[in-house]
Design a protein around this ligand. Structure first.
Ligand SMILES: [Zn+2]
Length: 176
């Protein structure tokens, strides 16, 4: 189903995603395009944004298949006119796919954190696993300071909580 934008801007999660994707100026473009068609020039005029910025935002949306355009030739001036509209129907799928990727990365990080012991440098706040620290006689590879053992239990718990939160969100959006 085609989604002309309004419900996506009312949903905090999709609004957040759009704002990360196209920034606050992009959100202005999305609201200006809600429920209608408009040319890039009309949008630039209405939002007071530069035409090249408007186009950049529109093509970004197009890259994600969240907007489409029709190209027509103006018979009088001979230029092409691009008329745009939103198609936010895929937005929930995109957000879900992104969460799954984040979940995979977190699981990898969890495995790495749980199966390693780490050493930390106070000077530049870097952290390396035991093997690397031992090879370096427990001196920081960046600044040569002595490195200290870190208890990464709280890091592990933080990752686990984040994983649970994502898993809940994913299963919630699948059951909708
Ligand atoms: Zn250091």
């Amino acid at each position: 189903m085609e989604n002309n934008g309004k419900s996506s801007l009312e949903n905090p999660e999709t609004k957040q995603f759009l704002s990360e994707l196209v920034g606050p100026e992009g959100l202005d473009i999305v609201s200006a395009l809600c429920g209608r068609e408009a040319t890039d020039e009309e949008l630039a005029e209405e939002t007071d944004l530069k035409l090249n910025i408007v186009r950049k935002i529109l093509y970004k949306l197009y890259d994600y298949r969240l907007a489409t355009y029709v190209r027509t030739k103006d018979k009088e001036i001979g230029w092409y006119i691009y008329t745009w509209k939103l198609d936010l129907g895929r937005i929930n799928d995109i957000i879900l796919a992104r969460k799954r990727r984040m979940l995979d990365e977190l699981r990898e990080r969890l495995a790495f954190e749980s199966s390693n012991v780490f050493f930390h440098c106070k000077v530049d706040d870097s952290k390396i696993p035991f093997d690397m620290a031992a090879e370096n006689q427990f001196k920081c590879p960046h600044c040569e300071s002595t490195m200290d053992y870190v208890d990464n239990q709280s890091t592990i718990m933080g990752i686990e909580e984040e994983i649970e939160r994502l898993e809940r969100e994913i299963s919630k959006s699948l059951s909708l």
